[in-house]
Design a protein around this ligand. Sequence first.
Ligand SMILES: [Zn+2]
Length: 161
Amino acid sequence: MRIEIGALAAVVLLGAAGRAGEISAVDKKGLGKAVRRYVQSESAEQGVFVVHDAKLDKDWSLKLIAVRPETMVQMDQKLYKVCGDFRQLRGAKRLGLDFLVNRTDTGWAVRDVIVQNVGQGCAGAGAGKGPVAATYACPMDGYVSDKPGKCPRCGMELQKK
Ligand SMILES: [Zn+2]
């Protein structure tokens, strides 16, 4: 039942937004806040956020610089994506982390964190082009990308949405 209500709310939201991909200012604010809160709650002492990089098979110890509202994009009725800029705790690398966030009937829930753009941060891949909608998804675990290919997590072929 809760799922149905959530889906209904998302349909209404889509209608209000005009078209998929556009996000209202209120939602941008809520989404940014949810991601910052998530990073905070998942961080150890001194705000160190450890994330596993499936592509390189290593863990990164990071600190959040900022969540980038200009990268927010709506993937489907309930799923949103936003990039957060992080810097390496020891080392000077910048990393962009994509947060996949579900909109639920009670708020926002971070579903997944994907390491992107090692050394570049959020501005890396989509710099100056605005939000890029992901059009390929893993049928197994929901990994999303704007390019075709294999899922870096499970190796399955990404499917066009
Ligand atoms: Zn996968």
